[in-house]
Design a protein around this ligand. Structure first.
Ligand code: DC
Length: 225
């Protein structure tokens, strides 16, 4: 069976996951949030007192980690860490910077690569992350680089946190977004960058519905969907 792969990359807070999830539901594809996989490793380091920036220490703990990605009856992606469902815990703000730090290590990326590719071999997917179009699925049928200004992304993240009942000051959220951007763009291994054949979509001035329409338009132009 021919499967279709749609790769969506971009900085944190650009709306990748919300948009990709909505479009996957519309097209009947599997939505794969690869950031959640790095968050799971970041969460492990946080709860085991391991410095996520220490590549040797992180590499040494990989044999003790079993990461599984499953889909619940709700159709949502769940992350299992050594058989424990950590889907909620990995969203804690303190896990974000740990995830960014562990994702810079070559050993971590190699450890997770096959799991991501395997999903795309067996399903039509919309996969979002930082290196999907450049490294994980270089032959994806559609590649989109989704971005927005850091200010707009911080505003959206603040609204999201407030909705969840865990508000944070705007300046702090903006600083963390800028720090993660810097880490993700400047790392040596699989840095965040637009693939040469990716279509750029800047959602700074677009609301959700406008962004979704623009993204669907790009997908339809590149496929026969
Ligand atoms: O998308 P997110 O914010 O949940 O991702 C968490 C971190 O994981 C992010 O700072 C960078 C890293 N990441 C990555 O390096 N490669 C991916 N494909 C996805 C995420």
């Amino acid at each position: 069976m021919k499967t279709i792969s749609i790769a969506i990359d971009g900085p944190s807070g650009a709306g990748k996951s919300t948009l990709a999830r909505a479009i996957a539901a519309e097209l009947g594809y599997l939505y794969v949030d690869t950031g959640a996989i790095y968050r799971t490793i970041g969460y492990y380091t946080l709860t085991h007192g391991i410095d996520p920036k220490d590549s040797a220490a992180v590499a040494a703990c990989l044999p003790d980690i079993r990461v599984e990605l499953t889909y619940g009856e709700d159709g949502l992606q769940h992350m299992l860490l050594n058989d424990r469902d950590v889907t909620k815990e990995i969203r804690l703000p303190e896990v974000s910077l740990c995830a960014s730090a562990v994702s810079a290590h070559r050993e971590v990326r190699a450890f997770l690569l096959d799991m991501q590719r395997q999903l795309a071999r067996t399903h039509s997917v919309i996969m979002d992350g930082r290196d999907i179009g450049t490294v994980v699925l270089p032959d994806a049928d559609v590649k989109v680089y989704l971005t927005a200004s850091a200010q707009a992304r911080a505003q959206r993240r603040c609204a999201e946190l407030e909705e969840r009942g865990t508000p944070e000051p705007f300046e702090k959220v903006l600083r963390e977004i800028e720090e993660r951007d810097w880490n993700d763009i400047h790392r040596d291994v699989a840095p965040l960058r637009q693939a040469e054949d990716a279509v750029l979509l800047d959602t700074t001035d677009l609301d959700f519905q406008e962004s979704k329409a623009a993204l669907l338009n790009i997908i339809r132009k590149r496929t026969s969907l």
